[in-house]
Design a protein around this ligand. Structure first.
Ligand SMILES: Cc1cc2nc3c(=O)[nH]c(=O)nc-3n(C[C@H](O)[C@H](O)[C@H](O)COP(=O)(O)OP(=O)(O)OC[C@H]3O[C@@H](n4cnc5c(N)ncnc54)[C@H](O)[C@@H]3O)c2cc1C
Length: 416
């Protein structure tokens, strides 16, 4: 069976891998010169089922509105005139009830938990490593109030199987000794010992190389312009390098998926939410955290990738604009320097900004569409690195006519 995968990011390539293993003759179409050069390029690098909480939460609307009046908020909301934004916004608001938050969070948790297990299995099978560490992740709070207000978000995950330890300030400093000098600046947190950090871009590139060995055909520098549909199915994909045809087609264009889908009448409730990351060379400094850390009050993430510390944060509604300037990183760096002043060479950061393909409810959107031979693996938001192997394996199973191991409840377009 011939299959075209649109999008050579982490999600497209991971699905191509499972499809090739299932006997599909796969071609990946990617507009950049190589794999994983957009959202998957320099993300937060944490493999963190403990961060499954849906952004569509009770009170989220008020947080968004407040951010309109703040100077440099971690979450910077802006209105857009794009109808895609308004459709997404209405769906987002309708998901902000207690009941939807709980359901969506547990769906994301299911995907992240199984995603990490699948990633480990894939890594063991292929020998692909991703320069990370498996020292666990510490979810850190700066004030007693924020810890108290949000602890239910973590105990919900613990009640559903996440191995999680409540950590006092003393215990946080025991888990991560570089916090010892800044104990007065933290209030405690939660430690998830079985979680990891790793370089998603490295993984994507190595998996793409492995896919070539499996016979996957990569067409880089090939931008999809539109999709031809006839009689309820896709008949061709049109690109700046000509037309491609296959038996089955997968849409895995990350934040760009809804733009192309809308042109063939499929509305995907996904909106790009921009984030900023920096890689700081550790260069012999001894103050970088060895465990992964998410500072929950300002939502700044830290991942130790051996020779560099990945620092990331902010959620900005800027449409499809991926530009960045140094001042955009001030908020992230101020938290980083406060907690980990001796983490590395702050004068030599490698900056990056990218767009989270954020679904209105939180969970990714997977599998069948109203078109008989078009499938989806989209909407992974801030968690695609952790979820990717589970959602990709599941979508490859659906495309092969098998029942996926991943429970698909609440993850299909038809469920939305
Ligand atoms: C700041 C930030 C931090 C994050 N941190 C984490 C984290 O710590 N842990 C975690 O699990 N997840 C994290 N994520 C999420 C994760 O990075 C994403 O969910 C994941 O990378 C999405 O992969 P993708 O393949 O769907 O998208 P992409 O990597 O964007 O891939 C889509 C591909 O489609 C291509 N494309 C688009 N349009 C076209 C076209 N018309 N024709 C051809 N090709 C096209 C693009 O070039 C791109 O390569 C983070 C995201 C951000 C933004």
């Amino acid at each position: 069976m011939t299959t075209i995968v649109m999008g050579g990011g982490l999600i497209g390539i991971t699905t191509a891998y499972y499809l090739a293993k299932s006997g599909h003759d796969v071609t990946v179409l990617e507009r950049n010169e190589g794999a994983g050069e957009e959202t998957s390029f320099q993300n937060g690098a944490l493999l963190a089922p403990g961060h499954s909480q849906s952004w569509a939460a009770p009170g989220a609307a008020w947080t968004l509105v407040k951010s309109l009046f703040q100077k440099d908020p971690a979450l910077k909301f802006r209105f857009s005139t794009d109808p895609q934004f308004w459709r997404w916004g209405m769906k987002f608001l309708s998901n902000c009830t207690h009941d939807s938050y709980r359901k969506n969070t547990l769906r994301v948790f299911r995907c992240m938990n199984e995603g990490l297990a699948e990633l480990r299995a894939l890594s063991a099978e292929t020998g692909i490593s991703y320069e990370g560490n498996d020292n666990g992740i510490l979810y850190l709070f700066r004030s007693e109030r924020s810890l108290e207000e949000r602890s239910g978000d973590w105990t919900l995950l613990r009640d559903h199987g996440l191995k999680l330890e409540e950590a006092s300030v003393e215990r946080c400093a025991e888990i991560e000794p570089v916090l010892e000098p800044v104990k007065s600046k933290i209030a405690g947190g939660f430690f998830s010992p079985d979680e990891e950090a790793g370089d998603a871009y490295l993984f994507t590139c190595r998996l793409a190389e492995h896919c070539v060995e499996l016979g996957v055909n990569f067409k880089y520098s090939t931008a999809v312009s539109d999709i031809t549909v006839d009689n309820g199915k896709v008949t061709a994909v049109n690109t700046d390098r000509g037309q491609f045809t296959a038996d089955r087609y997968l849409l895995a264009l990350g934040p760009h998926s809804p733009v192309l889908a809308r042109r063939i009448g499929i509305e995907l409730p996904i909106w790009p939410v921009k984030g900023y990351t920096a890689s700081i060379p550790i260069n012999g400094h001894n103050g970088a955290p060895k465990v992964g850390v998410i500072e929950e009050d300002n939502l700044v993430a830290f991942a130790n990738l051996g020779d560099r510390l990945r620092v990331g944060g902010k959620a900005e509604f800027a449409g499809y604009d991926r530009s960045f300037t140094e001042p955009d990183f001030e908020g992230v760096f101020s938290v980083s320097k406060e907690l980990f002043p001796n983490a590395g060479d702050y004068e030599q950061p490698k900056h990056w900004a990218c767009l989270r393909p954020t679904s209105a409810g939180g969970p990714p959107i997977l599998g069948e569409t109203p078109l008989r031979n078009l499938y989806l693996n989209v909407g992974h938001g801030a968690a695609g690195w952790t979820m990717g192997c589970a959602t990709s394996r599941a979508v490859a199973d659906v495309m092969t006519g098998r029942k996926p191991d991943l429970d698909m409840e609440g993850l299909k377009l038809a469920d939305l």
